[in-house]
Design a protein around this ligand. Structure first.
Ligand code: SF4
Ligand code: SF4
Length: 747
């Protein structure tokens, strides 16, 4: 008896020392990161939300269960480990007393049943994991496998260790049944089966098996516990903490302001020598950023949904996190060294790691390749999928901020966009004079705010740069204005006083230009007395609704599809003319995933008589990007397949007559891809990409007129878009031959 107690306690002490040492080291590494007081404040001030998140995300495994088969396997394993904590207490108790039963639980048969049920459930989970890992191994599927780049050997070892935990558990419990030491007379069905197999060995052998396998069980559990702290399975410990300090409701929507030393950076007072501008070194990340790195489970769900990865680009959100983590751990001895002398004494490999630039190409031995950094469209698919709430977009943007603001290193073709934003207030550099051209020829006058918004005006219509200046987007703008007018909604526009919201500048990392534009717009909006804003561009919608509050601009913002769906539901807009077409809807990332507006555009189409909506495979939360977000609209797409082509090929799979969307950027990107497909004969000539507002507007026209004009005339009469920036990289007005958006030419 004494020997087994000693062995059990020694094993425990060794494991606790090893795991504790590692956890302290991890904690120390995390502390080398920057402060993030806002995370602590948020967690402190919202205990109810935090509790709910823990229940749904951690215990309910909400995100994991979206992937039904692996989700169920993980759910079974997770809950198995929670329930089987009872058996570990029992194993320790057995070391001291053969008749041990957990106080308060005693010999309740249902506890024995539950323990066995979950032991079997874990085995089922393991079997599922094994099949998944075999079927989707990187060796078989190459980069298509979500495990490509993950540490697969460690994952196999963990599966084996978990199997050993359950196997040793069932053997010692089976032996206990035969020795009379088992606390549960009934219910433990699996242990009873094993006991039945072991019974012929006799009492002495069963006693030996009981002692040996209890010690083995403790050794395996403790060994597993130590291994967890050294592997990707660290997430078992840190995932609940990461979820607790993650952004609410998630890392989508708004970007975070630039912070240095825990404070929001004020550009007027910031000092490049002492303040941190974005992330230029691993220690510039906050402790929460480092926690993200330590929490990654390497599951690859983010990678499998990333449009950049899917189209052959080097960006994998998983690998970004893993590369940062590996670098942080390799550089840690340098960061933790207490003096220059101590740093000098470090191995050369550590010193070399400390010298690596955070962003740099292969020649520079950078941790993150520039092609990785600039491939991100900010689509949010990674954040949406990540089961442990890692905030990839924030990290990518913070690294971009450093590159743009400190290193002046970014894709050169984006520089004209930034100059145009700074000097002309729109990405094309067309200036304020053309901002009202879209309204020419409408059968009514569009009121323009002059000073204060009139008391009779309900909505300020935020048209956006593309909606005002890009040919195809202008058609949607006209349709929206027409619909609002028809429904009797009083609205006004800012016209020349409107400038870019700053979204492209912010998403590329130019926080300085973003702040300038945002402050200017907030001033304009406040002076005009704007309260309710309807925006037709999801990027403007997201920026004004979610990011302007960071600068004191608080407005009630809705997207035009939300307003139009409501007007239809209220009977203020009644579609009457059949639009006899098969229509597939493309979810704009900044409307859908980032802002959860999935239903209104679909509701609009459901009300249009004759329309036959046809969903693409990747839709709603799993919608596939058009390739324009994250300022990618303004960068060349040189690597891999074009994202818009990939999306259009999926759309063509539904054999659509029309592709609808709710975003001018998407219209441009998808429109370009459709044009290319028409040129190659892969798409029918009549196929168009339109805004859902254009479909609704067409259905409001008298049947004869609607039938006569067909899909190509989805815009109100007279909408020729003269003088606008065209999506094919040119400006339609010959008198203003400025370069158009380079990222979506037809080549
Ligand atoms: S935001 Fe989209 S493009 Fe960027 S890493 Fe995540 S999934 Fe990939
Ligand atoms: S970042 Fe999240 S989704 Fe991606 S591999 Fe890590 S845990 Fe999985």
């Amino acid at each position: 008896m004494a020997l087994r107690i000693i062995i059990g306690l020694v094993l425990t002490a060794v494991a606790a020392a090893l795991a504790g040492r590692r956890l302290w080291w991890l904690y120390s590494v995390g502390r080398t990161g920057q402060p993030a007081p806002e995370r602590i404040d948020a967690a402190r001030h919202h205990p109810a939300t935090d509790a709910e998140t823990q229940v749904t995300e951690v215990f309910g495994q909400r995100k994991l269960l979206k992937w039904s088969v692996p989700g169920i396997a993980h759910f079974l394993t997770f809950w198995g480990f929670i329930i089987l904590l009872l058996t570990i207490i029992e194993a320790y108790g057995d070391l001291f007393s053969k008749t041990f039963a957990i106080p308060g639980i005693g010999h309740w048969a249902w506890v024995g049943f539950l323990e066995d049920l979950f032991a079997v459930a874990v085995l089922v989970g393991l079997a599922i994991f094994t099949v998944i890992r075999l079927r989707h191994s990187p060796r078989k599927e190459g980069r298509e496998s979500r495990f490509a780049g993950s540490h697969t050997s460690a994952a196999w070892l963990v599966l084996f260790l978990i199997f050993l935990v359950i196997a040793t558990l069932l053997v010692y419990r089976g032996a206990q049944i035969n020795t009379g030491d088992f606390p549960y007379a009934h219910g433990a069905f699996a242990s009873q089966i094993v006991g039945h197999w072991l019974a012929p060995l006799g009492l002495t052998a069963n006693k030996a098996l009981e002692t040996t396998f209890i010690l083995l069980q403790l050794a395996v559990v403790l060994g597993f516990g130590v291994f967890v702290t050294y592997s990707k399975h660290l997430h078992i410990i840190v995932a609940p903490v990461n979820v607790l300090f993650s952004r609410r409701p998630n890392g989508l929507g708004a970007l975070q302001p630039m912070r240095s030393g825990g404070k929001v950076l004020d550009f007027e007072e910031a000092d490049p020598d002492t303040d941190i501008f974005g992330r230029g070194k691993i220690e510039d990340f906050t402790w929460k950023g480092m926690l993200d790195m330590a929490t990654c489970t390497e599951c690859g769900r983010c990678q499998s949904q990333c449009p950049a990865w899917a189209t052959g680009k080097p960006l994998s959100p998983k690998m970004v996190i893993l590369d940062l983590r590996d670098h942080a751990f390799a550089k840690a001895p340098y960061l933790l060294a207490k003096s220059d002398e101590a740093k000098e004494k470090l191995p050369d490999s550590v010193k070399a790691e400390a010298q690596r630039p955070l962003v740099g190409d292969e020649a520079a031995n950078g941790v993150i390749d520039p092609d990785v950094l600039w491939s991100c469209t900010n689509c949010g698919a990674c954040v949406e999928e990540c089961p442990v709430d890692i905030e990839h977009i924030d990290h990518i943007t913070d690294m971009r901020r450093h590159q743009v603001l400190i290193e002046s290193a970014f894709p050169t073709e984006a520089s004209s966009m930034m100059k145009n934003l700074e000097n002309k207030g729109d990405p094309w550099g067309m200036g304020e004079a053309k901002r009202l051209d879209w309204a020419e020829g409408l059968g009514f006058e569009v009121p323009v705010v002059d000073g204060k918004i009139g008391g009779d005006v309900e909505y300020l219509y935020w048209v956006g740069c593309a909606g005002a200046l890009e040919d195809r987007a202008r058609k949607a703008t006209r349709a929206i204005a027409q619909l609002l007018h028809t429904a009797g909604v009083s609205f006004a526009v800012l016209g020349p006083a409107e400038t870019c919201t700053g979204d492209p500048a912010r998403r590329i990392g130019n926080e300085f230009v973003y702040s300038m534009l945002a402050q200017q717009n907030i001033e304009t909006l406040n002076e005009a007395g704007a309260r309710k804003i309807v925006a037709s561009c999801p990027h403007c919608f997201n920026t004004i609704a979610n990011e302007y509050p960071q600068l004191g601009g608080n407005y009630e913002v809705i997207h035009h599809t939300q307003l139009l769906a409501r007007l239809v539901a209220e009977g203020k807009l009644t579609p009457v003319s059949p639009v006899d077409e098969r229509i597939t809807y493309h979810d704009p990332c900044f409307l859908g995933r980032h802002n959860r507006v999935f239903t209104p555009p679909r509701e609009i189409m459901e009300h249009v008589p004759g329309a036959r909506p046809q969903e693409m495979h990747r839709c709603k939360e799993r919608g596939f990007c058009c390739g324009a977000g994250g300022a990618r609209m303004w960068m060349e797409e040189r690597i891999g397949k074009r994202i818009n082509t990939e999306r259009i090929e999926e759309a063509l799979g539904t054999n659509p007559d029309t592709i609808s969307t709710g975003c001018p950027y998407c219209m441009v990107m998808l429109g370009d891809a459709v044009s290319a497909k028409k040129s190659s004969g892969e798409a029918k000539e009549s196929l168009e990409v339109v805004d859902v507002a254009q479909i609704l507007e067409r259905s409001l026209r008298p049947p004869v007129a609607a039938a006569a004009v067909g899909p190509a005339a989805a815009e109100p009469a007279g909408a020729d878009g003269a003088g606008g920036a065209s999506g094919d990289g040119k400006v339609a007005d010959p008198g203003t031959a400025r370069p158009g958006p380079p990222g979506h030419d037809l080549g």
